[in-house]
Design a binder for this molecule. Sequence first.
Ligand code: HEM
Ligand SMILES: *[C@@H]1O[C@H](CO)[C@@H](O)[C@H](O)[C@H]1NC(C)=O
Length: 566
Amino acid sequence: MFLACVLSPFVALTAYIFYRVLVKPRFNVLRHLPGPPVQKLFGNHLQHVLNPTVTPKVYELFVQRYGRTVRIRGLGPWDERLITLDPVSFAHIAKNTAIYEKPWPSRRLITSLIGCGMLSAEGQVHKRQRRVALPAFSAQNMRSLVHISFTKGIQLRDVWKGLIDDPSGSTSARIDVCQFLSRVTFDVIGLAGFDYSFNSIQDETNELFVAYRDMFELAISQGTMFRTLLSIYLPAVNQAFPDATVRTVRRCQEVIHRVAGRLIQEKKQKIAEGEKLGEPYDGKDLLTLLCKFRYRLLLCIFLIDLPPEHRISDDDILNNINTFMFAGSDTSSLSMTWTLLLLAQNSDIQDRLRAELLSVAHQFPRDLSELSEDQIQSLHAALSALPFLHNVTRESLRLIPPLHSTLRVATQDDEVPTMYPVHNQDGTVNEKRHSFVVPKGTFVHLSVEAFNLDKAVWGEDAWEFKPDRWDNLPEAVQQHPWHFSNILTFSAGPRACPGLRFALIEIKTLYYILLTHFVFKETEDKITKHNVWLLIALRVLTRPYLAGKFKEGTQCPLLVSNYTGT
Ligand code: HEM
Ligand SMILES: *[C@@H]1O[C@H](CO)[C@@H](O)[C@H](O)[C@H]1NC(C)=O
């Protein structure tokens, strides 16, 4: 009797696990979809769909063998997933944010690091966060971003000039462009976000900079698998027995709270004073905007009672700033890094782009630091109108999207439409079948890269760097407008990237300053792509590494020399 009492919970648990892991999945309707075989009981396909050195080939094989709606294996037999290579399905999933959410474990991890901002919120909270933050990208604010980007570009130019000035007489320097560009984007978003100067191009010891950098590094290397699982499933236990990771996060958060908290207080004071004196404070940074939004709400409260979900607190403000730091720095700097590498590998294109940029440069004073505010704005307007600069920029964004893929989970059963017919499991194709069912709880992999590199859309040369393709796009490309220029790099739907214009201004300004002053060449080292999964594959970033030297960390050394032509 006693033994039975002790054992029965075990038996029940074992039976339950057995049922969930091995029996229930057999009745999953996803099993009716075709997909690659699993070699071992606990084998999976995550490497195949997330490793950028193989993904283009893998996606191509999938389409040939299984069509564009493919079932893959996640962490184990209980985890059947879907990867869609069908544009109509992608659009459907991206559009229906009420059904397809970001998976909660990923959201919990982001929230534990940077708070619940636009990236991790869902539903009404997300809508409100987005509405509050969108004016930060207004045309007027973009004007001040132009100024900030120029200032930072000139600073970078001067630092690199110093590195090239080598007493040993060599005419070029080996520079890790990745590291410097990442500091540029940090500085830019610091000024545009908080009106705060990290000054990290010249000095990487700023307390707040270090706090953010260390914390974002942790998002990549979430310690051991065990601690990661603990922090997701039992956060209280994780906090009660802090390991090095938990302690680092705490230290970083303490700094961010203290320094950024002070900035928020100062900003509120300036705005309040402005209101009192009748001279509204007109800071252009995101922080000012968020504080003003709040201030206006406070004024309203005397007239109507706002429900709590419409108020925005100091914490909300801080979470939004953190989100911008997190979402807006790495992505832009990676894209610029890949472009410089592509230009180093294609010197003819580099020369053509430089010639186009110089045609604008000649209309302005030679010394960039002498430009007046109006001249900076008209220089930027001239850059925005340059066709080849635009073609190189988007060709690079197409070929190597910094955000390789993202993840969603279905919160209810749903019927998903497709453009291409869905294949049956036995390989036959029913030409009339243009939808399939996704059961509640299914993880859906959305690969940006798969669409950007699709040969059926872009043609046989889809995997090559060819800026001139934009002169004459195949008809199939134009069927998919997406969020930017027929590519999925900035995603699509209500959760597409709000920072698109921000990124383009920053990127084009930097290309202008760098290419009119420097020539880029490859070193003898081979650079490879590697995907870093942030937050359990919610953000899969494609970063450069030296082939075979993964341990040395992300880097992209190039030979940089002065441009001496006229
Ligand atoms: C080349 C640069 C950039 C690329 C390729 C890029 C790409 C993307 C993509 C693909 C998403 C959707 C992610 C998902 O659905 O899981 C996204 C979201 C987002 N991006 Fe960007 N981004 C870039 C620059 C920026 C910048 C400069 C900012 C801010 C200043 C920014 C802020 C955000 C935010 C806040 C979100 C979340 C939006 C939401 O969930 O509603 N991004 N970005
Ligand atoms: C490159 O230009 C900078 C400043 O214009 C100069 O100080 C440096 O000596 C130059 N380097 C070489 C190798 O010519």
